[in-house]
Design a protein around this ligand. Structure first.
Ligand SMILES: *Cc1c(COP(=O)(O)O)cnc(C)c1O
Length: 389
């Protein structure tokens, strides 16, 4: 496979040259001031990206999954009840992780292609007058289906029910690419990783943690050691780390935040929206539909394209990789084979997106999909032409 081609998987995303250089550094002593000078600005920078002033940032050498585990184990005890919705592979995996830690998960089953069921959450929280539910989980962007959920709506439902549970949000494929407001939305823990919106290789779990979540830390009985917030907070205060930090990635994170802020966060979100709109125009021109059930749910970072009856989305992904050297995402879980996914987050431009759409078209035409060669590319190109600059 050509490594010159961009990837269109929703993480790991394309790594800009500037970031490849930023993480290529000799070793530094992580007990030295040199590390403090790298680490402190990274903590402050992530706070700006998450839009939190009240919260703390905690990073682990891990990935998004480790971030889920840290969020759960530092705030909850085995047997605690948590409310979660299953509407895709990532929300499913977080539920599975909670269950393996002995939590009692009240699961709302929702159609794959829909978002966090805010009204159902509101009803359940209002009925929970004894406040048995200790945490409410939401997957802001369900990467398996290309669905964005209404986290502000979840917060409003919790407030309406006057429910004191913690709000834990998976923002792995939205943070730094789509509008995300930790303080305004009353999020207690926000989770992401280095390899999605931050455009870095995998290796960092990045969390925003509210004062309320920190206050729950000492009473939380879930076992943890590597992921213990207490060790992190104690050492982070002076710019240190309780064990060996991935200093190169943290250095890269500073540069990534610099790139995002130089572009402007609002412009970053607008770019993702425009690129996603072009992809959606292409999908419509192919005569196909997205897995996301309605436009208000459309994700600006990943599109899950439903393939026609009798066709297999996994074949599109296989052929695109083997014949053209371009990675797309396969369908996962309930939508395996039924969709293929186009990741369009992180370091992405109109021109890159057009290359991905052309490749998807070639693969689909090769596989006798009822798609007219060039139709999607033309629709996206028209849109990009009209909206560029
Ligand atoms: C990628 C992703 C994860 C998992 O993160 P890893 O870094 O693979 O552990 C979790 N949630 C969402 C929404 C994701 O997109």
């Amino acid at each position: 496979m050509s490594t010159q081609n961009p990837v269109f998987i929703p993480g790991p995303t394309n790594i800009p040259e500037e970031l490849r250089r930023a993480i290529s550094n000799p070793s530094i002593d992580h007990r030295s001031d040199t590390f403090v000078e790298v680490f402190k600005p990274a903590l402050a920078g992530v706070k700006r990206i998450l839009k939190t002033e009240a919260g703390e940032v905690i990073m682990f050498p891990s990935t998004g999954t480790g971030g889920w585990e840290a969020a759960i184990t530092n705030t909850l005890s085995p047997g605690d009840k948590v409310l979660a919705a299953r509407h895709g592979m990532f929300s499913h995996r977080w539920i599975d992780l909670c269950q393996r830690h002995g939590l009692d998960v009240q699961i709302v089953e929702a159609d794959w292609g829909t978002g966090t069921p805010v009204e159902e959450y509101g009803r359940i929280l209002a009925e929970d007058t004894g406040h048995e539910i200790k945490a409410v989980l939401a997957t802001h962007n369900e990467t398996a289906t290309g669905v964005r959920s209404d986290v502000a709506g979840v917060r409003a439902a919790m407030d309406t029910a006057k429910h004191p549970a913690l709000l834990l949000v998976d923002g792995v494929s939205s943070i730094a690419s789509m509008d995300f407001r930790m303080d305004e939305w009353g999020i207690d823990i926000a989770v992401t990783g280095s390899q999605k919106g931050f455009m870095l290789p995998p290796g960092l779990a990045i969390l925003g943690v509210s004062a309320k979540a920190i206050a729950a830390m000492d009473a939380a009985k879930c076992p943890r050691c590597f992921f213990d917030f207490r060790d992190m907070l104690a050492t982070n205060a002076s710019g240190g780390f309780p064990y060996t930090p991935p200093a190169n990635l943290i250095r890269g994170l500073n540069v990534a935040i610099g790139m995002l802020e130089a572009e402007g966060l609002d412009q970053v979100f607008a770019r993702h929206h425009r690129i996603a709109e072009g992809v959606r125009k292409a999908v419509a021109a192919w005569g196909m539909e997205l897995c996301a059930a309605s436009p208000d749910l459309y994700s600006d970072t990943v599109s899950a394209v439903v393939v026609p009856q009798g066709k297999d989305g996994t074949e599109v992904v296989k052929l695109a990789a083997e014949k053209y050297g371009v990675p797309f995402g396969v369908g996962l879980g309930e939508v395996a084979g039924k969709v293929f996914r186009i990741g369009h987050l992180g370091s992405m431009t109109d021109v890159m997106a057009l290359a991905g759409l052309a490749t998807a078209e070639m693969a689909m035409v090769d596989l006798d999909f009822p798609v007219k060669m060039g139709s999607g590319v033309a629709a996206a190109a028209d849109y990009y032409r009209a909206t560029a600059g």
